[in-house]
Structures are given as C-alpha cells and as structure tokens.
Design a protein around this ligand. Structure first.
Ligand code: NAP
Length: 295
C-alpha cells in the first residue's frame, strides 16, 4: 500500500513558516503583506476558494482585501479597479479569481495586473520569464507540486517525470519548472495530452506521475508501474452528500492505484492546500521587495 502524501500537513507547516516570517518582518518594518482578491460572478466553487484564501491570509497575518464585483460591473470598471490596485502601496499581490463571467475578456484582465503583483504567475511576462529561466512569479499549483515532492522526500532530480495535461496554468508551466537546471528540478519530463498515442504505455514508464487532466479515472491501475510516485492534481465534483456538500475525486483511480504506487496524494488534501500556501509565499516575496528585505 502506498504512502499517502499529506498535502494538508505539509501546507500547514509552510503556512506556519510564513506566519512566523510575517510577524518578524512586521516587527522590523511596521508593515504586513497585502493580498487583493477580485471575485466576479456567482460560481459557488470560486466563492469557496476566495473564502479559503481570505482565511489563509488572516491566519498568516496578512492584510486581505476582497473585491466582490456587482453583476452590472463591466470590463472597463474591472480594469480601472486593477489599475488602482496596481498603484496601491498596501497591496503586494493581486489575484483575479478565474473563471471570469463571459462578459470579461480573461486575457485582457490577466494582462492588466502588474507583473510585479501577479502572485498567481499567470501574466505572460512571468510565464515568459519561466520559459527563459529568469526570476519571476511562478504559478501556484505547479510551484506547490514541486514543493510537495521535495518536502515529502521524493525530489524530482534525475527522475523521469510524466505530466498528463498541458494547460497554461498547470501542465505546461509544471513541465518547464521540473526541467529547469536547478536543484529540486533537473527532471527528464514527458508531457502527455489527448494527442498522446497509448497514454498507458507512457505513464507506466514514469518514476513520478503527475496528473492534471480534469477527468476522473484518467489514470487506472494498469497505467501505473510498481513503485511510482503519483501526484493527483484533478479536482472533479462527482456527487453530493445528503447535506448538499460536494463530493470530490481526483483524476486517478485512487484505491486501485494506491495498491501499486510507492506514494500518492489524496483528493482532497493533496495538491489543493499547497496551491494556497504558494499564493501566500508569492505574496510574501512581493512584500519583501516592497520593504526592501530580501530573503
Ligand atoms: P484543462 O485546462 O482542462 O486541461 C486539461 C489537460 O488534460 C489538457 O491539456 C488535456 O489535453 C489533458 N487531458 C484531458 N483528458 C485527457 C486524457 N484522457 N488523456 C490525456 N490527456 C488528457 O485543466 P487544468 O486547468 O489544467 O486542470 C486540470 C485539473 O486540475 C482539473 O481537475 C482542475 O480542477 C484541477 N486543478 C486543481 C488545482 C489545485 O489547486 N488542486 C489547481 C488547478 C487545477 P488537450 O490539451 O489535448 O485537450
């Protein structure tokens, strides 16, 4: 039976480190990191994520500024809010909760956020910096996955890592981060997608298998080799409890794959909590730059 990689516990440790560092910097500078979150529309999952981010900010000692847009707010008003936040000295990070309602042009909105406050790491300038191996904000979910591997004792260095999924927010930046010439990276990466012929033949050769496909049971036991480390990024709503709570599942057939893998992340409680921890970490880095206290 596989070791269960406890993302919740590791994320709690990281958040504790961030809280301690924030208190130390507050004592030295009199200021705290500030994160502004913009929520548009009434997507219930987005509402849950935003509340989780507000709570994480409070616990870390950050200032949190949530902007819930009215239904009639148009794109020009959203862009002018972002412009104001870009210039607000108490705001170190700006996060626009995605997906946005259809009346907004997502690309235009993401590009309006200052790359210096883009703690989600979605701005093309930061993604370009990642491609070029330069310093910039890295997207939180891939960053959290790499950190999870390191802290759970499965560093990717020298390993064959297979990533399933090539989205701009998870699969592609993750592949680039894992392939960097750096400690805690240095992996040999194979990137799979729906055009991959015989996905199982590729995933069976993985030493570390990371799945971000957005479909339950994309990876079944026959597709996994003995002793593989499996990271399940997927978050799929597969039902509802009698009390109306969402039942979540990842992209991996967890019970069957856990019989073969060396280690595996659960859903929920694996990658998800790491994403929020990395959002705090990126915001803390932006704050360090503001108060001129490099790490
Ligand atoms: P996405 O934009 O829908 O991309 C899915 C990718 O998976 C695509 O590249 C697609 O290939 C590939 N794919 C889908 N089915 C496949 C299959 N059967 N075989 C091979 N490749 C397949 O999704 P995303 O935004 O990357 O998110 C992926 C999952 O991670 C979702 O469940 C999402 O909710 C979850 N997620 C979790 C977190 C977290 O913090 N835990 C954060 C972000 C996302 P094509 O490109 O060929 O279509």
């Amino acid at each position: 039976m596989a070791e269960i990689i406890d993302g919740k516990k590791i994320a709690r440790e990281i958040r504790g480190e961030i809280r301690a560092e924030t208190a130390r910097l507050r004592d030295q500078t009199g200021a705290v990191p500030g994160l502004a979150v913009i929520l548009a529309g009434d997507d219930p999952a987005s509402g849950v994520y935003v509340r989780m981010k507000e709570k994480a900010c409070r616990e870390a000692g950050f200032a949190s500024f949530t902007h819930r847009l009215e239904d009639e707010t148009d794109e020009a008003e959203l862009l002018s809010l972002i412009d104001r936040l870009n210039g607000d000295p108490e705001v170190d990070g700006i996060l626009v909760q995605l997906p946005l309602p259809a009346r907004f042009n997502e690309r235009k909105v993401i590009e309006a956020v200052s790359p210096l406050k883009d703690v989600d790491g979605f701005h093309p300038l930061n993604l370009g910096r990642l491609l070029r191996g330069e310093e910039g904000f890295l997207p939180c979910t891939p960053l959290g996955i790499v950190e999870l591997l390191r802290r759970s004792g499965y560093p990717p260095d020298g390993k064959h890592v297979v990533v399933v999924g090539r989205s701009t927010i998870v699969g592609k930046p993750l592949a680039l981060m894992l392939a960097r010439k750096a400690e805690g990276a240095n992996a040999t990466v194979t990137l799979c997608h729906t055009g991959t012929a015989d996905l199982g033949a590729v995933t069976r050769r993985a030493e570390i298998l990371i799945v971000a496909a957005g479909r339950p049971n994309t990876i079944t036991a026959p597709m996994v080799g003995e002793g593989t480390v499996v990271i399940d990024v997927g978050v799929n709503v597969v039902g509802q409890t009698a009390e109306g709570k969402r039942i979540l599942a990842g992209d991996v057939d967890f019970p069957a794959v856990a019989e073969k893998a060396a280690a595996i992340t659960p859903v929920p409680g694996g990658v998800g909590p790491m994403t929020i921890a990395m959002l705090l970490r990126n915001t803390l880095s932006a704050f360090r730059r503001r108060v001129n206290f490099p790490a």
